[in-house]
Structures are given as C-alpha cells and as structure tokens.
Ligand binder design. Structure first.
Ligand code: FES
Length: 280
C-alpha cells in the first residue's frame, strides 16, 4: 500500500465523508478521512492552508481546511452553497467518496504569534478559515496570551460552529463575543454589526495580533476600526478567498499583481496586502 501522496499534484487522494454537520441554512461542515490508512495517519497540514475537493462527475472547488492539525485522523472543511460543486457537495451523504488535493498554500505564522494576545474577528462563514488557527491555539493554550473572539452574523441561525462555542469560551483567558445584526427573541448577546461591536469592546493593540475574515464590507470597516484603535498593518492578518482553480500556481487565475493567492497566500498580513494592487 502506498504511504504517500501521488507525485502528480493534479491527482486527488480519495477520501470518505465520515460526518456532515449542518451549520446554517446554506452551510455544512464535512469531515473527511483518507481511504489510504497510512496517509490518514501521516497526513499533516498547517492552520490556514486550503485544499481542492472534487465531486466526481461534477468538478473541483477550493475550500480552506477548518480543522486543526492538532486533532489527527481527519480533515474538515465548510461548504456554503454558491455554485455547482458546492451544491453537489451539499447533496452528498455521509459515506460518499470525494477527491482531495491538500494541503495547499501558506499558513498563519503561529510561531510568530506565540506570547502575544490574539484577537479573532469573524463574520458569517468567514469564521471557517480562522477556526483552524483558533482551535490550534486553544490546543496549545500555554503558548498564547489572551484570546478574544468577536464573531457575528446576520442572525443567530447564521452563526457556524455553535457546538464549539462552549469549548471556546471556557478555555482559560479566552472570551467569546457574539453579535447579530438585528434583535431576535431570546438572543441575550450583542446586537449590531461586527465593526461597531469591535469599537464598543475597544481591544488594546498592545502585544496583540488581529486575525480577521468575513464579507468584504465587514473587512473594510474592521480594518478601518483596527487602525483607529492603533493596530498597525503588521499586526493584522487575513486570509483571502480568490477564485482559485489549480491551487498550485499554474493556471494564473488567482493572481493579484505579481502574487498568486494559491502559493503566496491565502494568508497575508495587511502590510503584505498593502503592497498589492487594490483588486482583492
Ligand atoms: S489557482 Fe491556479 S495559479 Fe493560483
């Protein structure tokens, strides 16, 4: 039995969907295990990396890895229904076989974040790529300072990973701040947009790294507000979801200026993004 991945980067490894979790009305999380048992044990990746998932007979699409490499034996990815492949994925059942090319891209420089406070700011499905780093840091809790998580969505039903909220908020020196756009019966947390909630909470930029991902309009105002709070571009990190296809720097579909999101990213600091043309 082969113990390693194919040498051809376009050839996917077969994986079985072991578990499907319905997150929201249009988003599901898939847990996949490689068919090749040796690969299942040896496979590793870094928080922030992504993968190409193929549904046979339909096509291939890009998804960030939402699981953390500290929890071995499987990988997870979240799928929002937006196109052909994502719709096909949403229709498959547990036990189905998919193709996976992974891990691809760069990752969050978590070693550089050690000893610092971390501020996660997520909107909607934007929590998916950050969940890998968040759970990685929580699994290595002693390496990081305070962890604040600001997470918002249109409604309470649009918040993903709700089954982990208790674990997140109960972790030592960790705070989970939830917000939704409009009031709802029974909702006891904050109401308001994520950027405004950020300004209410006023986190200190001192020795802090901010990681943010979400809808472009949220990111725009989060960045503006982080700067107002005194964060520098070097302290702010994000991950981009450009239209990727090959995932390995060959097709030219994901470029921003001279950078390819698939190999130079998808993780960038705001300082790195500031050097690129404003097309992301
Ligand atoms: S996805 Fe093909 S070059 Fe980046």
């Amino acid at each position: 039995m082969s113990t390693s991945k194919s040498d051809n980067p376009y050839v996917p490894e077969l994986a079985v969907i072991e578990k499907i979790i319905t997150e929201t009305s249009d988003t599901k999380t898939f847990r996949a295990v490689f068919q090749n048992e040796a690969l299942r044990e040896s496979f590793t990746y870094e928080p922030g990396q992504f993968q190409e998932v193929s549904v046979f007979g339909v096509g291939e699409a890009t998804f960030c890895l939402t699981s953390t490499p500290t929890r071995k034996g499987y990988i997870e990815f979240a799928v929002k229904k937006v196109g052909t492949v994502t719709s096909a994925l949403q229709d498959i059942d547990e036990g189905a076989t998919v193709g996976i090319r992974a891990p691809l891209g760069n990752w969050f420089p978590y070693n550089d974040f050690k000893g610092k406070d971390l501020l996660f700011i997520g909107g909607g499905i934007g929590m998916a790529p950050m969940r890998s780093l968040l759970n990685f840091c929580l699994d290595n809790r002693a390496d990081y300072g305070k962890i604040d998580i600001i997470y918002g969505a249109r409604s309470s039903g649009d918040l993903s990973f709700q089954y982990e909220f208790d674990d997140w908020s109960k972790s030592p020196n960790t705070n989970l701040y939830l917000t939704i756009d409009k009031p709802e019966d029974g909702w006891t947390k904050n109401v308001g947009f994520v950027p405004a909630y950020l300004m209410d909470l006023k986190p200190s930029p001192e020795n802090t790294i901010a990681i943010t991902c979400g809808p472009p309009i949220m990111i725009k105002f989060v960045l503006q507000n982080l700067r107002e709070l005194g964060f520098t571009d070097e302290q702010i990190w994000t991950t981009l979801e450009m239209k990727m296809k090959c995932g390995i720097g060959k097709c030219g579909r994901c470029n921003i200026g001279h950078k390819y999101v698939c190999i130079d990213g998808p993780v960038f600091s705001n300082a790195q993004l500031a050097e690129l043309p404003p097309e992301y």
